[in-house]
Ligand binder design. Structure first.
Ligand code: NAD
Ligand code: GLY
Length: 387
């Protein structure tokens, strides 16, 4: 259930947002984080636009929250003309059909190269609108205004954009960095608890891969974050983004293996999502929650890390009501052979080898392309049991 509505922050008295920079040379950009930023978006984004005309992509669910109107009021007050383009909410919109229709609608409006696409929504909108911006007229600017916890801590930053294919998750896409990312923490007040939990999986991921002390803070701080405590929100979002910005700056196109650390749990998660189909029953973050526990268990089974660390992660996620077993994602669980087959189609396969992000313990992740198939199979069989 969404938490109780709170009064919106007063734009005149709201304090200065936190700023984190993604350092990518000429393509560097700022991320602003603060409550009430949506109402000041026009003044903040105006100076960045090559032309005061934007294509605002959002979804049907967001219209009902009032956030779309808040943004539009602010843009209009700053003299920015906008065209609103709405797509259906949910993972199904990351498809060729919706992308094709969106591009045709954009072109029908008479777009120009100097126009900017604004993505207002969760990871689905960011990935879809970002990819549309990457291919429209061979590339136009775009701005991310993420409205789910998942998108605020992860998908809106780093320039990965794209859609799903029948063969697998995110298999069609492009790297296209945004010009800016504007994060209004107050929009999380309307986000359903299940979606908040899904986003939390990506928050805890940062502690798992690179920051033990962040993980330790989350063991007590996560409850406040999920309950809507503003200080906990800003702290968790900003620490997540500092880690993401640093990783992206070091390995923008995921060529050295450093950025691949962000895929902790994702080899499992993408396989679960692929098997479940992209119909919206399984949330990406929920699949990641289970995937991180499986990656931790696999690390222990291969002797890379203590069993106790996997248990510590499982217990923490469990205490927050997050899914930690494949059967928590769907009643019938996932058969080991189907998971292996889905993993073999993942884009992380290199030279026929599956890529896993494992850990040597909390905060010490590494990439491994040598996982023996029998150890993986044994783990999958053990955990595809129902009950
Ligand atoms: P989502 O975009 O589907 O949003 C979840 C739901 O919440 C939608 O129904 C949406 O309309 C609604 N919603 C959004 N903001 C709201 C708000 N403030 N109040 C009420 N409802 C709101 O899901 P998501 O979890 O944000 O994103 C998942 C997607 O992100 C997946 O497709 C995943 O592959 C992708 N992703 C991409 C990257 C990347 O680097 N590009 C990283 C992680 C995940
Ligand atoms: N979410 C994984 C990445 O941005 O690389």
């Amino acid at each position: 259930m969404p938490s109780e509505p709170r009064p919106l922050p007063d734009p005149d008295t709201a304090c200065e947002p936190r700023r984190i920079d993604v350092a990518l040379g000429k393509r560097s950009y700022p991320i602003w984080v603060g409550a009430g930023l949506l109402d000041r978006a026009g003044e903040r984004l105006g100076p960045l636009l090559a032309l005061p005309r934007v294509l605002l992509v959002t979804d049907e669910t967001l219209i009902a929250t009032g956030h779309v109107e808040r943004l539009e009021r602010s843009l209009t007050a700053a003299g920015i003309a906008l065209h609103r383009l709405v797509v259906p909410a949910g993972e199904r919109s990351k498809s060729m059909t919706v992308l094709g229709d969106l591009l045709e609608r954009m072109l029908a409006l008479g777009v120009e190269r100097k126009m900017t696409v604004i993505a207002l929504g969760g990871g689905v909108i960011g990935d879809l609108a970002g990819f549309a911006a990457a291919v429209l007229l061979r590339g136009v600017d775009f701005v991310q205004i993420p409205t789910t916890l998942l998108a605020q801590v992860d998908s809106a930053v780093g320039g990965k954009t794209g859609i799903n294919a029948r063969a697998g998750k995110n298999l069609i896409g492009a790297f296209h960095q945004p010009r800016a990312v504007l994060i209004d923490t107050s929009v999380l007040d309307t986000l359903p608890r299940r979606e908040l939990g899904a986003g939390y999986a990506e928050v805890v991921k940062y502690g798992c891969i690179l920051d033990l002390s962040f993980f330790e803070w989350l063991q007590t701080g996560a409850a406040g974050l999920l309950a809507g405590d503003e200080e906990a929100r800003v702290r968790a979002i900003c620490r997540s983004l500092e880690i993401k910005a640093e990783v992206v700056a070091q390995d923008e196109h995921e060529t050295t293996g450093h950025r691949a650390l962000l895929n902790f749990g994702h080899t499992f998660a993408h396989a679960y999502e692929n098997i479940a189909g992209y119909g919206g029953t399984l949330l990406h973050g929920e699949a990641v929650s289970v995937g991180t526990v499986q990656a931790a268990r696999l690390s222990a089974a291969l002797g890379h890390a203590p069993e106790g660390d996997a248990e510590r992660l499982r217990a923490h996620l469990d205490s927050l009501g997050m899914p930690t077993e494949p059967r928590h994602l769907r009643e019938e669980g996932f058969k080991a052979d189907a998971v292996l087959e889905a993993m073999s189609r993942d884009k992380k396969v290199e030279g026929g080898r599956l890529t896993f992000v494992l850990w040597r313990g909390i905060g010490r992740a590494f990439v491994d392309r040598t996982v023996p198939i029998d150890a993986l199979e044994a783990l999958l069989i053990e955990h595809d049991r129902v009950g």
